[in-house]
Design a protein around this ligand. Structure first.
Ligand code: NAD
Ligand code: UGA
Length: 441
């Protein structure tokens, strides 16, 4: 049993802390957000993540998982301090490291025993060395015995627990191999591939992985747009490509582009790092541009179908950036809503989990209780997030209650033929068949 403190209790920190507790360690999750920790201490989840509530309560009951706002209390006798605070985009696209600095300084101020500091936040290449410097400077004449290990996280929201418990790999980077080996021991129970490398390489593996996944999505979206122009079906194209073992089937779903708290900020941060160090990241720039355009194309399709968007009512199904999360950061739905509103459209919307978060940021959006309220009197309906509950709607009813039966299936979720036979004008993304894009029929 090891004593672990996890600094930052968001999507990554809370899942990491809870899973390490579940693996038999004693873990305290620390956050500066008192409301968040109060909630957790009352058994309430500050975020929606499938399976998390039950795992938290099991481990709290077993006496292995604690929550605190006080660094003294949280770090007491800790051998490992994981930093899992946010690293949002700064003004110029660079990763903003203010929270990482604050966490590193607070650790330096609190601890007086040997400790391993582990960067789990996604941080620019070189940040591990910088964190070591921050700690040393803070200690001044009272040096601390510590090591810094980079341990980037690869979990996805919506499947975070199973991603953590069944990782494709764990990456550890450090110049102090003994420290990296100790962190590796924490992951031994998962029986997964553990790769130990140097600090900067580990940090780069994280950015390169996210940028590559974003590139795959932008690539298939570019192909989808060509499918629309040339008369092919992108779903089938992706399926045909995916059988090739060198390509594989994952992350080839065309749609409204990638969003979320990570791909947008991480691709931007990598591009920023590259330019700052004198290289020309043309591919990353194109990947971001294609992603921006994918949102605009959705607006264009609706405008074209309706003549004009001014004074039209558009229903939006889904506000979270992907299904099975309440996270709305950089959600394609919200960006498209903004663009539609700019052209004078009225918006009605519904999401199974993200309504509370959305209510805090959207303006002049009629938030509805279910998909049918959204569809009522709408001139067009946009599927923005492919939640399971949107898979099998009563489309005969939706046809009756919409003002104009126009559907834009932004995630290629629905059966185009069935919807057309009900009388809808159906538009997907890259779904032309035998030379005819569904929109034109
Ligand atoms: P988040 O915004 O959900 O949570 C961050 C938490 O850190 C907040 O609760 C905040 O109050 C807390 N915090 C900020 N400063 C603090 C401090 N000085 N001391 C203690 N707590 C502090 O962030 P997240 O989505 O969990 O992401 C955290 C990091 O992990 C980011 O670098 C992100 O890029 C990376 N990451 C995220 C995911 C994901 O799916 N969300 C996956 C992999 C990696
Ligand atoms: C992503 C990565 O998948 C994780 O490995 C990584 O740890 C995480 O970012 C991070 O660094 O934070 P996440 O953002 O939770 O995870 O969600 P994804 O499932 O990757 O989806 C990201 C976006 O891409 C979503 O908007 C999703 O709708 C979109 N997407 C995904 C597509 O448009 N097409 C696809 O084929 C796959």
């Amino acid at each position: 049993m090891s004593k672990i403190c996890v600094v930052g209790t968001g999507y990554v920190g809370l899942v990491t802390g809870t899973c390490f507790a579940d693996l038999g360690n004693q873990v305290t999750c620390l956050d500066v957000d008192h409301e968040r920790i109060d909630k957790l201490n009352h058994g309430e989840m500050p975020i929606y993540e499938p399976g998390l509530e039950q795992l938290v309560s099991q481990n709290v009951r077993s006496g292995r998982l604690f929550f605190a706002t006080d660094y003294q209390e949280a770090l007491k006798e800790a051998e490992y301090a994981f930093i899992a605070v946010g690293t949002p985009s700064g003004n110029d696209g660079e990763a903003d490291l203010q929270y990482v600095r604050a966490a590193a300084e607070a650790i330096a101020d609190t601890v007086d025993w040997p400790i391993i500091v582990i960067n789990k936040s996604t941080v620019p290449v070189g940040t591990g060395d910088w964190v070591a410097e921050v700690i040393q400077q803070r200690r001044g004449d009272h040096p601390l015995e510590f090591s810094v290990v980079s341990n980037p996280e690869f979990l996805r929201e919506g499947s975070a627990i199973s991603d953590f418990m069944n990782p494709d790999r764990v990456v550890l980077g450090s110049l102090q191999k003994e420290a990296a080996q100790k962190v590796a021991n924490l992951y031994q129970p998962l029986r997964c591939t553990i790769m130990i490398t140097d600090l900067r390489t580990a940090e780069m593996i994280k950015y390169a992985s996210n940028a590559f996944l974003a590139t795959r999505i932008s690539f298939i979206n570019e192909i989808a747009n060509m499918c629309e122009a040339l008369g092919a079906d992108v779903n089938e194209v992706a399926r045909g490509m995916g059988y090739d073992k060198r390509i594989g089937p994952s992350f080839l779903d065309a749609g409204l582009g990638w969003g979320g708290s990570c791909f947008p900020k991480d691709v931007k941060a990598l591009e920023h790092m590259a330019v700052l160090h004198g290289t020309q990241p043309q591919l990353l720039q194109a990947v971001m541009e294609i992603n921006r355009n994918q949102r605009r194309r959705a607006v264009m399709k609706l405008r074209k179908a309706l003549g004009s968007l001014n004074d039209k009512t558009i229903g939006v199904l889904g506000l979270a950036f992907k299904p099975n999360t309440d996270d709305i950061r950089e959600s394609p739905a919200l960006e498209i809503i903004h663009l539609l509103q700019n052209e004078g459209a009225h918006i009605k919307a519904y999401d199974p989990q993200a309504m509370e978060n959305a209510a805090r940021v959207v303006q002049k959006v009629e938030l509805c209780d279910n998909p049918y309220q959204v569809a009522e009197n709408a001139d067009g309906l946009l599927l923005a997030t492919h939640w399971n509950e949107f898979k099998q709607l009563d489309f005969a009813r939706i046809y009756q209650i919409m003002k104009h039966p126009i559907l834009l299936d932004g995630r290629n979720l629905w059966d185009a033929e069935q919807l057309k036979s009900l009388g809808f004008k159906y538009m997907g993304v890259g779904r032309a068949v035998n030379g005819t894009f569904h929109e034109e029929e």
